[in-house]
Design a protein around this ligand. Sequence first.
Ligand code: IMP
Ligand code: MG
Length: 171
Amino acid sequence: MSHKVFISQEQISNRVKELARTIDQDFSGEEIVVIGVLNGAFMFVADLIREIKSPIILDFIAASSYEGTESTGNLKILKDIKVDIKDKNVILVEDIVDTGLTIKELQKDLKDRGPKSLKLCSLLHKPARTIHENKIDYLGFEIEDKFVIGYGLDFDGKYRELPYIGVYGES
Ligand code: IMP
Ligand code: MG
């Protein structure tokens, strides 16, 4: 099944390069612990770290706060990071900030572990859906309130493999 392209491969790739450049400027060669939020951020984080020139330690965290297309309002850590982030520069990388709950809870949890700095990078943000405010330090694209798929994002586990971002239901 194909979907109408909402954000193309080329647009994503250009934006990823810009974000990486900004990150490199901000950290000026210091080591960064990059934490990708599974599963949605796997493709974004893979592309992003290949563009960042600063030394990187990569880890992943998995949390669940979602069912179908509506947030349940619960967060469970399903898979934790292995790396000790105390006194480290950390960037948490998410696919999309929707209501903001997942990332708010995750940031709280990580902050308690005493990182030197903790920044948030998200490929997408739907401001119309915000319930929990978060400062997104590095944002790919602000989008309207549409359910998007592809480039890591799924609907019921499907379409993560698409190399672009499409809108679910629009073909
Ligand atoms: P939040 O806690 O409401 O911000 O939910 C964030 C999570 O919901 C993201 O990490 C995604 O996994 C999922 N999500 C929210 N909106 C979409 C969407 O449009 N497409 C696919 N997944 C989404
Ligand atoms: Mg996610």
